[in-house]
Ligand binder design. Structure first.
Ligand SMILES: NC(=O)c1ccc[n+]([C@@H]2O[C@H](COP(=O)([O-])OP(=O)(O)OC[C@H]3O[C@@H](n4cnc5c(N)ncnc54)[C@H](OP(=O)(O)O)[C@@H]3O)[C@@H](O)[C@H]2O)c1
Length: 302
């Protein structure tokens, strides 16, 4: 069997087209665009790239987009004061504080200070609770999990009844929320982690296998059940001496070629889940704008 390659770039472009149409309609109704504020503290190079891309995408979508860049020496009190200011700005619908934060700042305190109605990352305890209790009509759902679900739905449709989903990884930003979303689609869900016994045998039971581990190519081809749908969330940079000295390349948490020979569908890295994350950030901002203005919640990727 050769797996269908799930094209995350195409799926993300489709979501962004829906975002753009929603922004135009929102602006026509409310006389203003949705607003997104992105906050970056410090000079972490990867974070700078992420924040720049988010700003570029927000402008392409027609948002009011603002970026706040603070020095690494910023105090927690000053960061909280900025969060309070954007919370109070009626033209801002989404607030994203880029992680990781400098070590002297408590990320949980900062994320909890964001107005839950503007929490487009979906990390605030209110949104975590809404997702956990199944209130997906009100929750802002983390972007990578929400994007992964659209990719799964593109292959299997909206119902996962009767399917066994195994999620490898239990982080708050990826593994746990993906598991919640799979459960809501009626999958039978197992969450695996570093203390799970015989992980390979467990993965081989999965009709839907989600890898969110952060270990390059850990999931081998013989861990994959024939015909399974494999979603590789991992993004790992590894040395690529074949491309020249000091060169690197990106790989996922799944040994792609091996798994693609067994699965029915698989996401590549890059070009799978990655592009969906930023598209869903834009979608979440539009959703937050609609909910804040008392408009019906838009659905994306349906
Ligand atoms: N595509 C995207 O846009 C996107 C977004 C976010 C993250 N990512 C990528 O997704 C991956 C996971 O991110 P994360 O933030 O969830 O990472 P994380 O917070 O480090 O969590 C990793 C999880 O994997 C588990 N794990 C580690 N080693 C394992 C092993 N040998 N066997 C089984 N489980 C193991 C850990 O288990 P314990 O809990 O027991 O330690 C933990 O639950 C990373 O590669 C990250 O770069 C991609």
């Amino acid at each position: 069997m050769t797996a269908r390659i799930i094209d995350g770039k195409a799926a993300a472009a489709a979501v962004l087209a829906e975002v753009k149409a929603r922004v135009d309609a929102f602006r026509a109704t409310k006389g203003r665009p949705p607003g997104l504020a992105v906050v970056l503290v410090g000079e972490d190079p990867a974070s700078q790239v992420y924040v720049r891309n988010k700003g570029r995408e927000a402008e392409a979508a027609g948002f009011r987009s603002e970026q706040h860049t603070l020095p690494v020496t910023t105090s927690q009190a000053d960061l909280l004061a900025l969060v309070a200011r954007v919370n109070a700005d009626p033209g801002i619908d989404g607030i994203l504080v880029q992680l990781p934060l400098p070590k002297d700042i408590d990320a949980e305190t900062v994320l909890t200070a964001i107005d839950p109605a503007k929490d487009v990352d979906g990390f605030h305890p209110v949104n975590v609770g809404l997702l956990g209790s199944g209130a997906t009509d009100r929750a802002l759902v983390p972007c990578t999990p929400a994007g992964s679900m659209i990719l799964i739905e593109s292959v299997l449709g909206p119902s996962l009844a009767g399917k066994h989903a195994v999620v490898v990884g239990r982080s708050n930003i990826v593994g746990k929320p993906i598991a919640q979303l799979l459960l809501q689609r009626d999958a039978t869900v197992t969450i695996a982690h570093s203390r799970t016994a015989d992980l390979a045998a467990l993965c081989r039971q999965a009709d839907v296998l989600v890898a969110a581990v952060g270990r390059p190519e850990m999931v081998r081809g013989d861990w994959v059940k024939p015909g399974a749908v494999v979603i590789d969330v991992g993004i790992n940079r590894i040395p690529a001496p074949e491309k020249g000295e000091g060169k690197t390349r990106l790989v996922g948490d799944v040994a792609y070629a091996e798994a693609a020979a067994v699965a029915s569908a698989i996401t590549p890295v890059p070009g799978g889940v990655g592009p969906m994350t930023i598209a869903l950030l834009m979608a979440n901002t539009v959703t937050a704008a609609h909910l804040r203005e008392g408009l019906a919640r838009p659905r994306f990727g349906a």
